[in-house]
Design a protein around this ligand. Structure first.
Ligand code: AMP
Length: 678
């Protein structure tokens, strides 16, 4: 792949799009954008091997928007996505990029949403439709969606659509769109079936793949922490508190705006942090780097571009707050630590959808990236206690305390209280600005607290009160699953957060009505649902309902066996109560699933032989109506047994290796207020 051009303007994007990109703070095109945008603007078909996190949405969205004739209120582009969540997300991205295209309208359509609402929205006219294959087919059959003016068709996450059993629907849709259309197909992997579809339906496509160079990064220990976008800041502050040997940290984000926002938030929490982006003048940039070198600054939040060539030996940690676009960027980022013969530590924050990137990075760096669980409030509190203890020991060793001994003795004598009580009161006063205990959590100040000396890091937030975890637990909202929401009217939002918090961490508050994605790593269990062959159900409908309504990733849905009046499905064991609740209530073909875990032996004792239905590639020909019975459900189903991807989220936190710390190293423990210097 040729080196990415430095600006979006060089890609010949129109002024309104460039303005929108500046608004969202994108500095430079990502490699996939640099590679895809020019050929798409020239009208070529594209076969792109790219995963989530590479910036592929903008790669197809920007050229598509450039071609939209806003005065024609007819669908001119169709984007097919495997899930409703992705459909909404892509539609939101399009709306952001089209901010300066007055009158532009994008409509997400997906199963589970009210047909009546969708029909009304479609009749009002939209320039771009983003939808899941089943619902798009329904609308095409009903003629509520007419694609006579379609010029662009995008297949996003084609391998996911294949895995979820939608590939025949996709082909049906491809066959019902104008042959003159431009087509872009994106897939994280390229199994043969996808290649066959591409060969059949794309015209002389340009093949684009992000190169994954392999590099050795021996001096750097790498870890990842799985979290959702909404919880990253909390995770970051906890990681910063408990990491060993933290001297200075370089934190990578994607946009210029994010550098400033995150640096501000860290400063507000008492860290000495500054932003480094392409917006800074050379003089200011040098000033920031100098301060980082001299130790008056501990954290720099940077974009890839701004951190190019940064060489500061003090940087002990590189934190990938946002995943890089590709493995090359990752290797470049983490190369900012482990310099001048030192060892370095790289921590990657990864959301469930980005887990593929993890495998790619492991391959590229030829190194295992170890999972890191979200540090618990207790761990944070214990670390603070250890730092406090260290501070007391250092003071006893280094300071002249005769006068203070006298003061304490006087207080003891005059008030008839013991030295321990006085010490406790002093400890309270000393930590008032930065409590040792996170509110609502008990710090184990004794046995399981880390020992002083081996723990204290250089970076410590001070004087800024507590981390956000100290806020009272947010009330949980009513179940969001029951109601099909109107995505077009839905407020803009991040993906629904859920994360691998331990039991004593606060649960994030849900802010929207879309289902949470559940990245459950429990051992699979077999569940029974009350719909079967006699009700004409197809595995893909079950997969679609479970994935979309219960927020369970398609990858976590295993074998499906259809029986006459019920079906068994393999799902993660120990599903949370709220997910079980949804699984009981959601309806497929009017039947509530009433899911329950099969009792041990219940399945094997069943006398009827299971009809093994492969959920991954059911085919029953074009659907006649959107909820009518399917005619050929007895046909043998072809199983797609392609590779499954995704890393299991971390199960347990590996103990930090306190022995790592150089013996006798005197760490500066900063418990008193440290004013940010910028
Ligand atoms: P995607 O791979 O399309 O899901 O994009 C992943 C994330 O990268 C999204 O949050 C985008 O907003 C962001 N993003 C995409 N392109 C750029 C860019 N050129 N600069 C900064 N952020 C970007």
């Amino acid at each position: 792949m040729t080196p990415a051009p430095d600006s979006f303007a060089a890609l010949k994007l129109s002024a309104p799009l460039l303005k929108a990109l500046a608004d969202v703070g994108y500095e430079t095109p990502s490699p996939i954008q640099a590679a895809c945008i020019p050929p798409l603007l020239e009208g070529h078909d594209i076969l792109g091997e790219a995963q989530t996190g590479t910036g592929k949405t903008a790669a197809f969205a920007l050229p598509l928007l450039q071609k939209i004739n806003v005065s024609l209120a007819k669908p001119q582009a169709l984007i097919l996505t495997p899930t409703r969540e992705l459909a909404i997300q892509v539609a939101e991205a399009l709306q952001r990029y089209a901010k300066h295209l007055p009158g532009f309208h994008v409509l997400p359509v997906y199963g589970g949403q009210s047909m009546v609402v969708q029909l009304r929205q479609l009749s009002r006219g939209a320039h771009v439709i983003v939808g899941t294959p089943g619902r798009v087919m329904d609308h095409l059959e009903r003629k509520s969606l007419v694609l006579d003016n379609l010029t662009t068709l995008v297949l996003d996450e084609a391998d996911e659509m294949l895995r979820m059993g939608f590939i025949d629907d996709v082909e049906w849709i491809l066959n019902h769109t104008p042959a003159t259309r431009q087509t872009a197909l994106f897939s994280a992997t390229m199994p043969d079936i996808i290649r066959r579809v591409a060969h059949k339906h794309l015209r002389n496509p340009k093949e684009i793949k992000i190169r994954s160079a392999t590099t050795t990064v021996a001096a750097i220990s790498q870890a990842y922490i799985q979290t959702h976008a909404g919880n990253k800041l909390e995770a970051l502050t906890r990681v910063l508190e408990i990491e060993d040997d933290l001297d200075a940290a370089l934190i990578f984000v994607r946009t210029k705006i994010a550098t400033v926002e995150l640096a501000d938030k860290l400063e507000a929490r008492g860290y000495s942090a500054a932003a480094l982006s392409g917006d800074l003048t050379q003089a200011l940039r040098e000033q920031v780097i100098e301060r980082l070198k001299s130790g008056s600054l501990d954290i720099v939040v940077a974009t890839d571009v701004a951190a190019r060539g940064l060489d500061v030996a003090r940087i002990s940690h590189v934190i990938n707050f946002d995943v890089p676009y590709d493995t090359e960027a990752y290797v470049h980022r983490i190369g900012r630590t482990g310099r001048a013969g030192r060892t370095g530590r790289a921590i990657l924050f990864i959301t469930p959808r980005e887990t593929r990137m993890l495998g790619a990075i492991e391959r590229a760096t030829r190194q295992k990236i170890t999972p890191l669980a979200m540090p618990t409030p207790n761990e944070v509190a214990n670390r603070r206690v250890a730092q406090f203890t260290q501070q007391i020991l250092d003071t006893l060793k280094d300071e002249k305390l005769e006068f203070f001994f006298d003061v304490v003795r006087r207080i003891e004598n005059e008030n008839e209280i013991g030295a321990r009580e006085i010490a406790a009161a002093l400890a309270y006063l000393a930590q008032k600005d930065r409590p040792l205990q996170l509110a609502g959590h008990q710090a184990a100040a004794t046995s399981d607290a880390p020992r002083p000396r081996a723990t204290a890091g250089n970076i410590a937030p001070v004087g800024a009160g507590d981390t956000p975890s100290s806020k009272p637990r947010a009330p949980r909202e009513a179940s969001p699953y029951a109601v099909a929401n109107d995505a077009a009217a839905a407020p803009k939002r991040e993906r629904a957060p859920r994360e691998s918090f331990t039991e004593d961490a606060p649960r994030p508050r849900r802010t929207d009505s879309a289902p949470k994605r559940h990245d459950l790593s429990d051992a699979p269990a077999r569940y029974r649902i009350e719909i079967g062959k006699n009700q004409g159900v197809m595995p893909k409908e079950i997969v679609g309902a479970i994935a979309n309504e219960a927020g369970i990733d398609g990858k976590q849905i295993g074998q499906i066996n259809l029986f006459d009046d019920y079906t068994t499905v393999e799902l993660p064991g120990n599903l949370p109560a709220d997910v079980m609740d949804v699984l009981q209530r959601i309806r497929v073909r009017q039947f509530a699933l009433k899911a329950r875990v099969l009792a041990p032996g219940e399945f094997v004792e069943d006398s009827r032989p299971p009809r093994k239905a492969a959920p991954r590639k059911p085919f029953d020909g074009p659907r006649k109506s959107f909820d009518g019975p399917k005619k050929d459900f007895d046909k043998p189903r072809k199983a797609y047994d392609g590779p499954r991807s995704g890393h299991a989220p971390p199960r347990s936190r590996p103990p930090f290796d306190s022995a790592k710390k150089p013996s006798g190293a005197t760490r500066k423990v900063t418990l008193g207020p440290r004013k940010p210097k910028i």
